[in-house]
Design a protein around this ligand. Sequence first.
Ligand SMILES: O=P(O)(O)O[C@@H]1C[C@H](O)[C@@H](CO)O1
Length: 306
Amino acid sequence: MDATLQALRGLVPRELQNPRVGIICGSGLSGLAASLRQSVLVSYAELPGFVQSTVPGHKSSLAFGLMGSGAGVPVVAMLGRFHPYEGHKLSSVVYPVRVMAKMGVKNIIITNAAGALNPELTVGTIVVVHDHIALPNLTGMNPLLGPQTDPSLPRFLPLSDAYSRLLRKLVFRAAHDLSIERDALAEGTYAWVSGPTYETAAEGRFLRAAGADVVGMSTVPEVLAAREEGMNVLVLSLVTNAVVIPASYQSVRDEFEAEIAGVSTKTVVEEVVSHEEVLALGRLKGDLMKSLVEKVLDLLPSNTQQ
Ligand SMILES: O=P(O)(O)O[C@@H]1C[C@H](O)[C@@H](CO)O1
């Protein structure tokens, strides 16, 4: 950690060395940092302890700068995150969050691309996450497992208040101030899965039945590290696709028997999701996400240490 912080002190101008807000850009959402002023990019390759992002739609740089209107808020944005499915250790996945904490970040805005499990969520909706279901956490893939490296951090971290109510409400105020239509935003529960496979229909039904609204392959490890470090957390999920959960199984036996009986049947088209589709939606809705985040920064109370 000391080596990383020392490298950053050498690479980032002094006035940007104490960012107030950290931002993590999800798949296809690196444009979030496009409006940073006085921006300075630091490649992950220059930072001891950082790995590389290998996923299309993720760069591998930290962006420091000022964001929002007026004087702006000093921020640090991760243009590209790390996922366990890339082969990165969970400790590497959350390392940038710990670095942000050491630099003084008190509020973190984590974005991601996610599939909708809730049939009421349309593609393009931004979901303000208020809770999560993390099967990997419950079954032993938790970034906080292991000896406590810093005894000042809590051993048993409560998560029932993981998603800051104040920050969530600010998103709705921001959307109201920007006259963003009501349906563009929703609230919901994020299910974290390891990926890299997308869900089967049965898995989608299972996660939906468990109470999740959206599903994705990131975010939760970062939330845990950020909460352990005492940060206020806001998570925004962009719905990039609907998880394919047919209402009922279309029997191939019925289809076959109808065919041999000469009865015409409706051909079932099996839909599949692709990462290209996920990235395309990120490009389409990137500006909306950016305006929202900028406005949230404008509205952030100056005493938001909490
Ligand atoms: O980094 P995020 O969670 O935004 O990326 C999502 C999850 C997978 O990495 C990828 C699947 O398309 O997009």
